[in-house]
Design a binder for this molecule. Structure first.
Ligand SMILES: *[C@@H]1O[C@H](CO)[C@@H](O)[C@H](O)[C@H]1NC(C)=O
Ligand SMILES: *[C@@H]1O[C@H](CO)[C@@H](O)[C@H](O)[C@H]1NC(C)=O
Ligand SMILES: *[C@@H]1O[C@H](CO)[C@@H](O)[C@H](O)[C@H]1NC(C)=O
Ligand SMILES: *[C@@H]1O[C@H](CO)[C@@H](O)[C@H](O)[C@H]1NC(C)=O
Length: 684
């Protein structure tokens, strides 16, 4: 609360009222977050944010780049802003903010006369691929009288051409039209560059901003003209600007005005949708060589207007599916670990799903993932792995759809190494593989992750055919773990920013649990000799590991073998509980639980002794999930405190300093899908 007030003051925005924030004050608020390329947020933390007040600051892409999205309202002839920071318009007063897993809801009071409730819904329908495939989001605005009197009200909103490129010198083009009674502004980058990015933004596809409001007028033109027309007249000119130009040349905007007429105590509601339509989504080197994969929505709808019309008219159904998921996540989280835990799961949901997109056809589809911000890699295994808890929880088939491209690529001989590949492409949306074998090698990490994810998927889906189908390559990876995981060679773990190390205790543990997972996979497909062999090896290794990696006198696992002065989060223990492999004795869990309490800082437990302060919240939650109740609650409480206090203004980071809640210097991880790992407790 203190920080949010300071943030508001810092931005020179001392609103008359102060807003509440429930269930927490997040670092950044998701507005329209549906895919790696539709990812519009609202910065809160003081580093770039204004404390979370929708009137008075522009929304931004997850990178921090401004995205023009404006809301104005005219009450009895006086105009106020409810979203964004247009020049010369007074900001209305935000009094409340609340988020759920799928919604961000702002309550704003205008001139003490009317109340505006603004709901951003980015639907999550993980079991319904037709709906989930649409890269679109809702903005619903409800207006009612605040003081009991009737008021004359007009509502306004626009988007700028900043939605269509990461380069404000790019030329935008636009059009206006109608489908099934729904009006739309269509905006695109004139020079379409398929599969290209500038500043992480897609340089191809069409943005549609749509509404079917009664009493509607529209206009495209410069920000000054279009907003000025509304402020002066309460309506727009129903005209199109045809001077297609660069995004920042007299900023073309695409506006709607809605005459709500007399507004009394009953609520008047207006719905808008914003969506990105790209027919072609991914380049993929798979079983059929290099192919182009369409967006999955394209196989459910004849064209983008049909998709738009469906999405617009689906609000009530989509809202009810999303609301049911909101309630389930909140109540399951509270039941498992209390109110604090729901703060984290609800904040992570849209972010995790916002890094993936359904692509392909109804017959053969995939879920592609962008690593986001740490780099732009496609389908990174050690980013998929920490994210999977949210996918097991909402629909385990999503894990199969993330793994399918990996099997296709590697089983078709497109990767020369005997261990598992790190990612399927250096930059999303290209999943063109690493035929030269020169990916970022994390051999034990990725072999272990794959075996663990496959068994966890089979346990939750019952799909043992999938294990049979991929048995040969799974065994190849398990053989590698047998060779390398007792004494891990000098290599990277997923925490690559910390560098290479030999004999990493936590990495060895992942390898050993991976071998035990292979034993169970073998058992499930009737390969009993393999099952016996792999479990014998895993048990032999884990016995040795307890001497090599554990220091009984110091009372903790070491970061590297036989080095009592080192320690770290032993987060790979989580896998033993996830898979119910029961490989590691309970004493190890107990010792680590006690130890974490002894090294707890203000915002959590540091990752390992290579760095004094930084940690990873996904791994802290993995540790919390298998710790005793006291340590679990301390860890979750520290992350929630971080959420409320951090000065960071970009989306939920997994990497931060445990002393002052900032980013580690030069390591700004933001909006990464790994926050799906917040769901780790819900799947045990
Ligand atoms: C993807 O590959 C194409 C070439 O096929 C290239 O033009 C494009 O820049 C690549 N995209 C990214 C984001 O690197
Ligand atoms: C057990 O597995 C290891 C590693 O894959 C292999 O080298 C060994 O031959 C196997 N032993 C038996 C008896 O199958
Ligand atoms: C790794 O551990 C083994 C067994 O303790 C040891 O022989 C080897 O020297 C260790 N390597 C390093 C770099 O500490
Ligand atoms: C133990 O680890 C520390 C920190 O990595 C290192 O400086 C030291 O040399 C290690 N000691 C041994 C005996 O390997």
């Amino acid at each position: 609360m203190r920080l949010s007030l300071l943030g508001a003051l810092g931005a020179g925005l001392l609103a008359a009222a102060q807003s509440t924030f429930k269930p927490a004050r997040p670092p950044s608020i998701p507005l329209a977050v549906k895919s790696p390329y539709l990812s519009t947020w609202f910065a809160v933390g003081s580093q770039g944010g204004n404390g979370g007040y929708l009137p008075g600051q522009w929304p931004s892409f997850y990178t921090g780049q401004t995205i023009g999205w404006t809301g104005l309202i005219r009450v009895d002839g006086n105009t106020f802003t409810w979203m964004g920071a247009p020049r010369d318009v007074e900001a209305a007063s935000q009094v409340a903010f609340e988020y759920t897993s799928t919604k961000s809801i702002f309550t704003i009071e205008v001139d003490d006369k009317v109340s505006v409730k603004v709901t951003f819904l980015s639907p999550l329908t993980p079991e319904d691929f037709k709906r989930q495939s649409l890269v679109s989001s809702y903005l619903n605005v409800e207006v009612s009288s605040l003081d009991g009197a009737d008021h004359n009200v007009q509502l306004y909103t626009d988007i700028s051409a900043e939605w269509v490129s990461g380069d404000n010198n790019a030329v935008a083009q636009w059009d206006f039209g109608e489908v099934d009674g729904i009006s739309y502004h269509k905006v695109w980058k004139q020079n379409q560059q398929l599969f290209s990015e500038v500043n992480d933004r897609a340089e191809w596809g069409n943005i549609y901003y749509a509404t079917d409001a009664d009493g509607l007028t529209y206009q495209s033109g410069s920000d000054v003209d279009v907003r000025g027309a509304f402020t002066s007249n309460g309506k727009l000119t129903n005209t199109k600007d045809t001077n297609f130009r660069i995004i920042q040349d007299n900023w073309p905007v695409f506006g709607y005005a809605v005459d709500l007429g007399t507004v009394g105590s009953s609520v008047k509601e207006t719905l808008f949708t914003i969506g990105l339509y790209q027919d072609q989504a991914i380049q993929f080197l798979g079983a059929n060589g290099q192919t182009i994969l369409p967006s999955l929505w394209a196989s459910y709808f004849s064209d983008e207007l049909a998709a738009l019309s469906f999405f617009y008219q689906d609000y009530s159904e989509s809202n009810s599916i999303s609301s049911a998921l909101d309630s389930k996540i909140a109540s399951d989280s509270k039941n498992v670990a209390g109110d604090n835990y729901a703060v984290l799961t609800s904040l992570a949901a849209r972010q995790a799903f916002g890094a993936v997109q359904l692509v392909g056809t109804q017959d053969k589809h995939y879920l592609f993932l962008k690593e986001i911000s740490s780099n732009g890699n496609t389908q990174t295994i050690d980013v998929i792995y920490p994210a999977t808890p949210i996918f097991y929880y909402t629909n385990p088939e999503l894990v199969k759809l993330l793994m399918d491209p990996h099997f296709e690529n590697q089983e078709s001989g497109h990767y020369p190494n005997k261990w598992a590949i790190h990612d399927l492409g250096t930059h999303y949306p290209n999943a063109t593989g690493h035929a030269d074998g020169n990916d970022e090698h994390m051999p034990i990490e990725e072999c272990g992750n794959n075996l663990i994810m496959l068994l966890a998927y089979a346990q939750r889906s019952g799909n043992t055919d999938y294990l049979k189908q991929h048995y040969a390559i799974l065994k190849q990876w398990a053989d590698f773990l047998v060779q390398d995981s007792l004494y891990p060679a000098n290599q990277l773990s997923t925490d690559d920013f910390a560098g290479h190390l030999e004999n990493q205790t936590n990495l060895a543990l992942k390898g050993m649990i991976g071998i035990e997972a292979m034993s169970q996979i073998a058992k499930l497909v009737g390969q009993d000799d393999d099952a016996k062999n792999f479990t014998d090896i895993a048990h032999d290794y884990i016995t040795q590991w307890q001497t090599l990696g554990f220091n009984a006198a110091e009372g903790h696992a070491s970061l590297t073998y036989n080095n009592a002065s080192t320690h770290g989060l032993l987060y790979n223990l989580y896998n033993d509980k996830l898979l119910k492999t029961d490989l590691v004795p309970q004493a190890v869990y107990d010792v680590q639980s006690d130890f974490y309490r002894s090294v707890m800082e203000t915002y959590g437990v540091p990752l390992d002794t290579r760095n004094r302060w930084y940690t990873k919240s996904d791994w802290e939650v993995f540790c919390a999930a298998v710790a005793d109740t006291e340590t679990r609650d301390l860890l979750l409480g520290a992350i929630v405190k971080w959420v409320n206090d951090t000065p960071i203004g970009t989306p939920f980071t997994d990497l931060y300093q445990t002393n002052d809640a900032t980013y580690p210097p030069g390591l700004e991880f933001k909006a990464r899908p790994v926050m799906g790992g917040m769901f780790a407790l819900l799947i045990l």
